[in-house]
Design a protein around this ligand. Structure first.
Ligand SMILES: *Cc1c(COP(=O)(O)O)cnc(C)c1O
Length: 461
């Protein structure tokens, strides 16, 4: 570039910075409004190295070239998780309103960690959190924070639960147990084991029933055996692999009777509670001490956001508030400071894209879009049952459909999956259940259609 470095060059309003902002926003606008989202696919490191190396130079390559490099080489080497044929893991399908507003969050330089700095943003995020808490049947005094993802949400909730258990032990004059333990289902998400490892606590697995659902009796047995060592029970509101919802009401009976913390991991599935007909499936959530749900999964927000909600937010403040001299003016006020509710300090106001989209469209639109996913999962499950070479592994409860192609080995599934991606028709990866390779559709996007799914089934022969 011709301009030599001057300290303010990157920040001042000039022809150069104007063009940069215009070019970037123009690309963002185009990408957000693609009629046909390309699925795209990963590239090998040496191919990317050949095509994309050399962008970091002494003098810069300029915005035009950097954007062209991103648009033409780097972006096509990233899967579009919002493609309607992206059905692996848990897809993402942000609403146009939510993804556009994410740009505003970046442009506004908001610090989302404290009320003093981000009151307006924190207020709007809290509107969403209170609405969710109400939907889940939690009291009006419940509150929380948007954190990066379900993994950090689960960790933060469990850290709060252990802190609360420690306080209870002290008050009762009991010594802390030699090892703290958390009870969860053998089907619980891997992030629970990750949290336990970080916290250096034990995991006690309670056996789910043959259908993969955890019930209160198994939890009661674990609590009887491990007594005061147990600081929390985790129930899952929609497993990632199958969408199975634990028998939360019977689990809540046991945790309530013993005064043990109940955490609901609803990262994927708890959004389904917004569909009125699904509410009975989640009975008992209203008795939870903490819950999480990921807006970047089934609430149509962009990465990355997990809503973490506590029944008694004050308990989280005690566990998480960081104390430092430079933070005293923040922590010595009664203000609502989101940073103090989880494992984090500096935070993006990552709840704002969901706030904007909810404010724009209203809650009924969300209910209808979620119901579409549940209905489509049932329709495609019925179609799978009708086909001779396919069979369902289990009836779908939410929007995940797991099935097998008779006679296929893992290698067959993998070769088929590779071809599907190569042809840019869809992204479906083999999963496994009880040692058997299976296929899995996770449906999030309302642009995923019955026709698209049956076309994919047709390629299974
Ligand atoms: C996805 C998921 C998580 C982890 O959430 P991240 O946002 O990926 O960290 C935890 N629990 C369940 C049930 C999930 O589906």
């Amino acid at each position: 570039m011709t301009d030599s470095p001057r300290p303010e060059r990157m920040h001042a309003i000039s022809a150069e910075t104007r063009h940069t902002v215009d070019d970037v926003l123009e690309y963002a606008r185009r990408r957000a409004l693609y009629e046909d989202i390309p699925l795209d696919k990963p590239m090998r490191p040496h191919d990317l190295a050949r095509l994309a190396s050399g962008s970091i130079t002494d003098d810069g390559i300029g915005a035009r070239r950097a954007i062209a490099l991103f648009e033409n080489v780097l972006a096509p080497a990233c899967l579009s998780t919002d493609h309607p044929g992206y059905l692996a893991f848990i897809p993402s399908a942000p609403s146009k309103a939510a993804l556009a507003f994410d740009v505003v969050v970046s442009a506004s330089a908001i610090y989302g960690g404290s009320w003093m700095e981000g009151a307006g943003a924190v207020f709007a995020e809290n509107e969403v959190l209170h609405w969710l808490a109400h939907e889940f049947g939690l009291p009006a005094t419940a509150g929380g924070v948007f954190v990066q993802g379900g993994t950090i949400g689960n960790l933060s909730a469990l850290v709060t639960a252990r802190d609360a258990a420690r306080h209870r032990s002290r008050e009762a004059g009991r010594p802390d147990p030699a090892r703290w333990a958390v009870v969860c289902s053998a089907e619980a998400h891997s992030s629970i084991a990750s949290a336990a490892a970080v916290m250096d606590v034990d995991i006690v697995t309670a056996a789910p029933d043959a259908g993969g659902r955890l019930h209160g009796d198994a939890v009661a047995a674990a609590l009887d055996e491990h007594g005061d060592a147990v600081f929390a029970v985790v129930a899952t509101g929609g497993t990632t692999n199958f969408g199975i919802v634990d028998d939360i009401a019977s689990i809540a009976d046991e945790t309530t009777a013993r005064g043990v913390w109940l955490h609901i991991d609803g990262a994927y599935g708890l959004a389904a509670m917004l569909a009125p007909r699904m509410r009975p499936t989640f009975a008992g959530v209203e008795r939870a001490d903490s819950v999480i749900v990921d807006p970047h999964k089934w609430l149509f927000a962009p990465f990355d956001a997990c809503a973490l909600i506590y029944r008694e937010p004050a308990l989280a403040l005690g566990a998480h508030t960081q104390k430092a001299e430079y933070l005293d003016t923040l922590t010595e006020t009664p203000d609502w400071n989101p940073s103090d509710l989880a494992v984090q300090l500096t935070r993006r106001a990552r709840g704002l894209p969901l706030w904007f989209s909810l404010a724009t469209h209203g809650t009924e639109q969300y209910r209808a879009t979620i119901e579409h996913g549940i209905d489509l999962a049932q329709q495609i499950a019925d179609e799978i049952t009708r086909r001779d070479t396919l069979s369902l592994v289990r009836d779908p409860q939410l929007s995940v459909v797991v099935f097998r192609r008779e006679g296929w080995t893992l290698a067959d599934y993998q070769a088929w999956s590779d071809r599907l991606l190569e042809d840019q028709r869809g992204f479906v990866v083999p999963s496994s259940h009880a040692g058997e390779p299976v296929l899995r559709f996770a449906i999030i996007s309302p642009l995923t259609t019955y026709e698209l799914l049956t076309d994919i089934l047709d390629t299974l022969g």
